[in-house]
Design a protein around this ligand. Structure first.
Ligand SMILES: *[C@@H]1O[C@H](CO)[C@@H](O)[C@H](O)[C@H]1NC(C)=O
Ligand SMILES: *[C@@H]1O[C@H](CO)[C@@H](O)[C@H](O)[C@H]1NC(C)=O
Ligand SMILES: *[C@@H]1O[C@H](CO)[C@@H](O)[C@H](O)[C@H]1NC(C)=O
Ligand SMILES: *[C@@H]1O[C@H](CO)[C@@H](O)[C@H](O)[C@H]1NC(C)=O
Length: 368
């Protein structure tokens, strides 16, 4: 009799506990689903938290290393290869924030969940193009060339609100070193970001001039314009490449970096401040202005670039490329296209698209 009563009591307690747990999780989930980042986009829940086949031994622990990357539909293969290279070459607790457009979410989720990337922690954020209204030209041609997602890096603290330090990576990179090492890059007090400079690095060796490469501020900004002149910057100052950024988000917020960047976008829209020699670059100039003499440096081996430019094949030896910690195919020739350098390196990290939509163009194997 008493035994039965105890059993019933235990059952009731278990049921209550179960209900509490379920309710909490449901609340959590709905909280997550409805969480909106003010003005900049919507965060979708962590795949990994919803993924039923995530075994505990595959979950990485320890300090989180937040990495922001953007995902463009036409080059989704790039993001996947970049993420894979970061993840496989490190044991660190990497958490990706992937900023993308609404139409790409389905394809991206499928690619991540149906491949070996399914254990990689990530959240998907939808970029709202309205964010750029009034800040870049509305001329459809410029808008097209502007590629809205390239501005996502201006909003780092908005997309990664919980972190103090974060990494931004362009999608056309492959990471060969341990990302932890990059994350530990020291930022000087008062600096909100670190970049790789264009004249002191291994990458500037034998740089091709005139083909879209430049290594100083003059290449990006029109020093004849009053708005630029009055800043008193030296035109021959070495520029930097914002394809890899280490950011102190506390400093970024304190200094209102995002607001400052937006200010220069708006000014440029009115007064056309950027140099015409680098047609593609409307993302770099505001960063060059805001971070003029106020940024730290990234170890040159952590940003070996210009792999996507003419002559890249001859610029670096295979040994050098192998030793590089991070490779960047900036330039016109991307490693998933037909004529690019060091595609074999990129191919090692690429994971085939389960939908078959994305196919790297390869000379001999492109006939399927
Ligand atoms: C879920 O809720 C619990 C308790 O409120 C909290 O500790 C936990 O961090 C929440 N998880 C998420 C993912 O919000
Ligand atoms: C995003 O895409 C979904 C389905 O693909 C659609 O139902 C929804 O209306 C879209 N949202 C926006 C803001 O475009
Ligand atoms: C970031 O900047 C803040 C404010 O200057 C500083 O207190 C903090 O130590 C910095 N954090 C890192 C990781 O550098
Ligand atoms: C940043 O913006 C806030 C609010 O607009 C302002 O109070 C603060 O002085 C600004 N800080 C800097 C360093 O410009």
């Amino acid at each position: 009799m008493t035994l039965r009563r105890v059993n019933v009591l235990i059952l009731v307690l278990l049921a209550v506990a179960f209900l509490i747990i379920v309710q909490r999780n449901l609340l959590n989930l709905s909280e997550f689903l409805h969480k909106e980042v003010p003005d900049a986009g919507m965060i979708l829940p962590f795949e990994s938290e919803l993924s039923p086949d995530l075994r505990s031994e595959t979950v990485r622990k320890g300090e989180e290393i937040p990495v922001l990357i953007t995902a463009t539909e036409e080059r989704l293969g790039a993001v996947v290869a970049a993420m894979n290279s970061v993840y496989q070459n490190s044991k660190a607790n990497v958490v990706f924030t992937i900023v993308t457009l609404n139409d790409t979410v389905g394809h991206l989720k499928l690619w991540l969940s149906k491949t070996k990337l399914k254990n990689v922690k990530h959240k998907i954020v939808i970029f709202k193009p309205e964010l750029l209204k009034g800040k870049i030209s509305e001329d459809p041609q410029t808008l097209e060339a502007a590629k809205p997602l390239t501005f996502a890096r201006f909003y780092l603290p908005v997309y990664i609100p919980e972190a103090e330090k974060a990494i931004y990576l362009d999608d056309d990179v492959i990471v060969q070193g341990d990302i932890q090492e990059l994350y530990e890059t020291n930022l000087k007090p008062g600096h909100a970001a670190a970049f790789s400079e264009d004249c002191d690095s291994a990458s500037s060796k034998g740089i091709v001039r005139g083909a879209g490469n430049q290594n100083n501020y003059m290449g990006y900004l029109d020093f004849k314009k009053e708005d630029i002149k009055k800043l008193g910057m030296r035109a021959n100052t070495c520029s930097f490449n914002p394809g890899v950024i280490i950011a102190n988000l506390t400093e970024w917020r304190n200094q209102n970096i995002t607001r400052q960047l937006e200010h220069w976008m708006e000014l440029n829209k009115q007064n056309d401040l950027y140099s015409k020699t680098l047609a593609e670059s409307i993302v770099t100039p505001p960063l060059l202005i805001v971070f003029y003499k106020r940024h730290s440096n990234i170890d040159p081996m952590w940003h070996i670039r210009h792999l996507g430019t003419t002559g890249a094949q001859n610029r670096y030896s295979p040994q050098f490329v192998k030793a590089a910690k991070l490779l960047h195919w900036n330039g016109h020739y991307k490693p998933w296209s037909r004529t690019s350098a060091f595609t074999d390196v990129w191919d090692k990290w690429f994971i085939a698209d389960p939908t078959g939509k994305f196919q790297p163009v390869r000379r001999h194997t492109g006939d399927n």
